[in-house]
Design a binder for this molecule. Structure first.
Ligand code: A2P
Length: 337
């Protein structure tokens, strides 16, 4: 079996470390393995598959020198903007977790359960969607196919790990009474309705990402979508209230069956036994958990869902590794070289 040279860029970060964990768990066929970060952590070591790897400082020759086949990036938008094209030029396929390339029409934006075939259109860069978008579209895709979505109202309750190590530290320190460094306000005991920066129309960039990325992944620019994204004092896993209006009428039992048969979805929905998806249960898992499924009685063809998933795993690292697995399974690297 062919083995691949795989690199992780931003390997010392929150998502980067989880890339290593998920790559280990999923036993990818790896020949040489490289971990890159900035000069700040170059020279330190990370353990992968029981072996110590020295963190290398990323530079313009990193991909060519090491003949990297697949590079998983999570080192911020600036690093991706600069280095992803350099990597692609050297024949590396980049799977980029930043938002830098997501809306580029030449770059596929992929959630394997939804639009894996889009990977075939890559020109060296594949974008991993925003964490909140990934879990939402895994749940919405089967419903869109069955009943055709007309409008979506997203309200998110997002974990601090989505803001990287700094977010995690802010909550930990905040619980000890210390002031925030990453967030603009204390997050302990608080909800902050502000993720990423504000745009002129009053939405945050995070909200616009959810709206635009959902349309791109579901291949439907006609979808009406609005969103409110909120940072909450939870360490891991994003929770989302999703209100959906369909064009077609639906039967509730049929809708639940449709969700049940959707790839990557686990239904947790038994209110009488107090069973519903919760962040603490989703943490460390790869599935998208859906519950509180109930008809929206205020409109004709509407439903409410509560959707929870581990934002660092399915929302970032696992999704990227799944893309890498799809590339390997379909042997498409030759075509790009
Ligand atoms: P470093 O440890 O050297 O700062 P998080 O989002 O969890 O804070 O992680 C960000 C990741 O991106 C870290 O691994 C960080 O490395 C890496 N990173 C940041 N800037 C660069 C850069 N210019 N080149 C390579 N890696 C970078």
């Amino acid at each position: 079996m062919r083995k691949y040279n795989i690199a992780v860029v931003g390997a010392t970060g929150m998502v980067g470390r989880t890339f290593l964990k998920v790559l280990e768990e999923r036993k990818l066929p790896i020949n040489n393995f490289y971990v890159f970060a900035s000069s700040r952590s170059a020279g330190s070591t990370l353990t992968f598959n029981g072996q110590e790897y020295t963190v290398l400082e990323l530079n313009e020759n990193s991909f060519k020198d090491h003949q990297v086949d697949i590079a998983l990036f999570s080192a911020g938008g600036g690093t991706s903007l600069k280095y992803a094209p350099i990597a692609a030029e050297s024949g590396t396929i980049v799977i980029d977790n930043s938002s830098a390339w997501r809306m580029d029409p030449e770059v596929p934006l992929v959630v394997p359960e939804v639009n894996a075939q889009d990977i075939l259109k890559n020109k060296g860069i594949i974008a991993n969607p925003n964490c909140s978008t990934i879990q939402a579209v895994v749940a919405l895709n089967p419903l869109h196919k069955a009943y055709h979505i007309k409008r979506i109202v997203y309200t998110t309750f997002q974990a601090v790990s989505g803001a990287g190590m700094g977010g995690y530290t802010d909550l930990k320190e905040g619980l000890q009474g210390n002031p925030p460094k990453k967030f603009p306000h204390p997050i302990a005991g608080n909800c902050i309705p502000h993720i990423d920066y504000f745009l002129e129309n009053g939405y945050t960039k995070e909200e616009i990402k959810m709206i635009e990325e959902t349309r791109k992944i579901l291949h439907d620019q006609s979808l009406k979508i609005t969103a409110t994204t909120v940072r909450v004092p939870v360490f891991d896993s994003h929770s989302e209230s999703i209100n959906v209006e369909f064009d077609r009428p639906f039967d509730m039992e049929d809708l639940v069956d449709t969700l049940k048969s959707g790839e990557g979805i686990v239904i947790e929905d038994n209110p009488s036994k107090e069973i519903y998806p919760m962040a603490i249960n989703a943490a460390g898992k790869d599935e998208v958990f859906v519950g509180r499924i109930r008809r929206d009685e205020s409109i004709e063809n509407g439903v409410n869902l509560w959707v929870v998933s581990d934002n660092i795993r399915k929302g970032a690292a696992t999704n990227a590794v799944q893309i890498a697995q799809w590339i390997i399974a379909n042997d498409i690297i030759q075509e790009n070289k």
